[in-house]
Design a protein around this ligand. Structure first.
Ligand SMILES: [Zn+2]
Length: 277
């Protein structure tokens, strides 16, 4: 049995290594990845409809990986939370929110066409912002959750730092929207609050703190690097080779393949509805 190795949250950039970066992942032992939409250089969002070009780029990069490497890649798409700020400066918060929601609808169309497996990353800026921006962001999260429920897909959420309160808030929102909580994936989760997620699926950043066999007794999380594929900032985030290395180390530490299987196969299936094999 070959253990699948999934990085549940990477970015690829047309200006970065893209396929070459994923080849490095593959050489290190990676087998699957989820490619998350982001604002690409030169693809500014200025109006309703501009998100579509970003999504097409994310899907194109994902397709390139599938055609040119042995790694299976899936795309998630949606209006990147920080975009709301620039849009609000240009158009005011109300109009900016409408543009973001049109971006949600454009993503929904592509997800329904099965060109992407879910929404992401969507949410709120991770740094302090004015109250009306938080409010508008929350309405966008709500809208994504209702559309995700309708389609039956996942929503990958980007927010300020995780806490038990944040998980409880997301769980309440999901419940109200009728979206199964495990389909809400909290990106950039940490090991410290992983025991109290209220049913939300954490995607834990694969720093050294995950090298703790105790965390894998009843694992309820997936693992990510949030790789940025930005040659100008190589050390800014974890490298794309990190998760294969961590998995090898975890096996040496005595974590059973069965537990790793849960992290790499069972939870992604529950959250995203994808087969990892
Ligand atoms: Zn990200």
């Amino acid at each position: 049995m070959k253990l699948p190795v999934l990085d549940d949250h990477i970015h690829l950039s047309p200006a970065g290594g893209n396929v070459e970066s994923v080849r490095r992942f593959e050489r290190a032992g990676g087998t699957h990845c989820i490619v998350v939409n982001m604002p690409y250089p030169g693809m500014e969002v200025t109006k309703a409809g501009s998100f579509r070009a970003q999504y097409e780029e994310t899907i194109r990069l994902c397709d390139l990986v599938n055609e040119n490497t042995g790694v299976k890649a899936f795309a998630v798409i949606g209006p990147y939370p920080v975009e709301l700020l620039a849009l609000a400066e240009k158009w005011g918060v109300e109009r900016a929110k409408e543009i973001m929601m049109a971006g949600v609808d454009d993503a929904a169309t592509l997800i329904k066409e099965r060109r992407a497996i879910g929404f992401g990353e969507i949410g709120r800026p991770h740094f302090p912002v004015p109250k009306e921006i938080v409010q508008a962001s929350n309405e966008i999260i709500w809208y994504v959750f209702t559309r995700a429920r309708e389609i039956g897909c996942a929503a990958v959420v980007h927010t300020e730092r995780v806490s038990e309160e944040l998980y409880a808030e997301l769980a309440a929102l999901a419940e109200k929207a009728g979206l199964p909580k495990e389909k809400v994936v909290k990106h950039f989760a940490r090991t410290d609050s992983v025991a109290a997620t209220n049913g939300i699926t954490p995607s834990v950043l694969a720093g050294r703190e995950i090298l703790d066999a105790g965390l894998f007794e009843e694992p309820n999380f997936m693992l990510e690097t949030d790789f940025l594929d930005d040659p100008a900032r190589p050390g800014a985030v974890l490298d794309i080779t990190t998760i294969p290395k961590r998995v090898r180390k975890l096996v040496q530490l005595g974590v059973s393949e069965e537990k790793i299987w849960k992290v790499m196969v069972d939870l992604p299936k529950k959250a995203y509805g994808v087969e990892i094999d």
